[in-house]
Each structure stands twice: as structure tokens, then as C-alpha cells.
Ligand binder design. Structure first.
Ligand SMILES: [Zn+2]
Length: 309
């Protein structure tokens, strides 16, 4: 698999005129009594640029393209907010067809809303490992009720919507074994899935294929290969933090992951036991915003360094 500058050659030149969308539109609320997020759970649509924007609700940030030629959605959150997102997309697009829903990876806070979108989308698209990982991670007995991608790819998959070219590019093993990022070439926006947890502790799902060293390498590759003016969408951020940003945020995430590995490597080197390492809640000195590292971060780091990839 290669990421090359050609991914963005067209978009870069067009984006020289850069249209920065202003934060827009509405914040609303949605709730299904008894099972939804609390009544205070806000949802928000926000435009970024080039007909691309985000939806913030419960779970990983949703990305969207709404153009006169069609609609594309990236990730599906949880069912309650997926419904609010779908309703909002339909209202904003005058019910134009949704060409596809991408799943950036299999985690439930990105795929549980697939069932809500299913009747409205022509395709659900994901890397070939995503359905398999989603099935394996499902609560026992719920595998059949999951809604899976019907269209899969190994390296990359592209759809054209009017002047926009939307491409999913495989980049695992990183956050999971089946991560993709979604490029909006004309808009020069990239949805990173969960490759950035902006200023908060990341989920390191080793059974789901997470490899921290691979994650670090992908972030560096993205920064190296893609234009400096790309606007990135992040799956998660600290409470109140930004779910969009720049390459500096990718490098900050890279530095945090590197610091975690360095810390655990150092502890192994001076002879500390596994229990001691994973149960000592240290705070990394350059990353106070993340708070103390928990065993959920330290255990996968320890296992990656001692068991290999
Ligand atoms: Zn995730």
C-alpha cells in the first residue's frame, strides 16, 4: 500500500482558493426514552469547507459531504444519534440519495448506527477486515443483529460525487487492524477515524489489531505525504476539545504514543515487573492534559513491546 501525493494533487490546486466554511447550523437534541443518551446529549452539525462537515453526537465524529450531486457519510455513531444525523442530512440535502456510508473501523461507537443508515444508503463501505473484527467484538448473541459493511476493499476504494472524489485508504494496523482514513480530495479534508484522540487517552485495542508502532508510522506518513493545508477530522477529543484540526495535532498524537512506548520500554529495561508497570498510574511530563496513564494504555503497550506485533 502506498500513500502518495497524487492523492491530493487535484485537491491541492483547487484548494488554493480555499473556502473556509463558517461554523454553521444547528444544535439540537435527540433522545429515545429509556434507552438513549441523556436529554442533555447535544448533537451538532458543523460545516468545514467544500461541502464537507461534521456531526457531533454520541460516539466517533461523523463526517459528511452534502453536494447537489449526492451525499456521503463517514461513520455511524450509536443508533440514537445516527437517527438525528440522518434526519439532519436529509433536511440539509433535500433528501438527495446517500451514495455510501463508510466505516473507518469496526468499533461499536462508529458502527452501531449502521442499522439506522442502512435503508437510506446505497452501500456501506469498509476495509475487508472490518466486518470480521466487528463480529468478533460484538456482545455474544448480538452478532446476527449487527449491520455490516456490504462493500469491502483491501487497499483503497473511491467514489466520485460531482466534482468531489472521496477515497478510503487502508492504514492499519494502527488504532485497529482495519483502519481507513477517508480523503475528500476537492475539499482537502481527511477524516482520520480514530487515528487521533485529541488531547485525551486513546483506546488501544490490541485484540482488535491495534499496533502502536504502526499507528505512529501512519501518522508520520500522513503528515509527510499530504498537503499542509489539509483539515483533519478526529474521532474523539477531550471533553470540550476540538474534533477537527491540523497536522500539528497528528504530530502531537504521534509524540504522545511515542512517549507511552518510551516510558514502558524504560520501565522494562530497569527490571520492573509487568504488574508494577501496568498498575503504576504515571503522568507523562509533557502530556499533563492526558492525566495519568491507565492500565488500558499501559497493558497494550507492554504487550506490544514484549510479545511483538
Ligand atoms: Zn475506535
Amino acid at each position: 500500500m502506498h500513500w502518495t501525493r497524487r492523492d491530493f494533487l487535484t485537491g491541492s490546486s483547487i484548494l488554493a482558493v480555499g473556502v473556509l466554511g463558517r461554523p454553521s447550523v444547528s444544535a439540537g437534541q435527540t433522545r429515545t426514552p429509556g434507552q438513549g443518551p441523556p436529554a442533555s446529549q447535544p448533537v451538532e452539525f458543523r460545516s468545514l469547507r467544500g461541502n464537507v462537515g461534521i456531526f457531533v453526537g454520541q460516539g466517533g465524529t461523523i463526517g459528511w459531504l452534502i453536494s447537489p450531486d449526492g451525499v456521503v457519510v463517514v461513520d455511524a455513531q450509536m443508533p440514537q444519534t445516527a437517527k438525528a444525523c440522518l434526519d439532519g442530512l436529509n433536511a440539509r440535502s433535500a433528501d438527495r440519495p446517500i451514495a455510501c456510508l463508510f466505516n473507518t473501523h469496526h468499533h461499536s461507537d462508529h458502527t452501531s448506527g449502521n442499522g439506522v443508515f442502512r435503508p437510506a444508503v446505497q452501500k456501506i463501505v469498509a476495509h475487508v477486515r472490518v466486518p470480521e473484527l466487528q463480529r468478533a467484538a460484538a456482545r455474544p448473541g448480538t452478532e446476527a443483529a449487527q449491520v455490516y459493511a456490504d462493500t469491502t476493499f483491501s487497499d483503497r476504494w473511491t467514489v466520485r460525487i460531482g466534482p468531489e472524489t472521496v477515497t478510503a485508504v487502508y492504514c492499519g494496523p494502527a488504532h485497529t487492524g482495519g483502519d481507513s482514513i477517508i480523503l475528500f480530495e476537492h475539499a482537502t479534508v481527511v477524516h482520520l477515524g480514530d487515528l487521533v484522540f485529541n488531547r485525551r487517552l486513546p483506546a488501544l485495542d490490541r485484540p482488535g489489531g491495534c499496533r502502536i508502532a504502526g499507528w505512529i508510522a501512519r501518522l508520520e506518513q500522513i503528515v509527510r505525504d499530504y498537503p499542509v493545508d489539509v483539515s483533519y477530522i478526529f474521532g474523539h477529543a477531550k471533553p470540550g476539545g476540538a474534533v477537527t484540526g491540523t497536522r500539528d495535532d497528528l504530530l502531537f498524537q504521534r509524540d504522545f504514543l511515542s512517549a507511552v512506548l518510551d516510558h514502558v520500554r524504560g520501565a522494562i529495561k530497569v527490571g520492573r515487573s509487568r504488574d508494577e508497570i501496568v498498575n503504576t498510574a504515571v503522568e507523562l511530563k509533557d502530556f499533563p492534559e492526558h492525566g495519568p496513564l491507565t492500565d488500558r494504555v499501559l497493558t497494550p503497550a507492554y504487550e506490544e513491546l514484549t510479545q511483538g506485533a
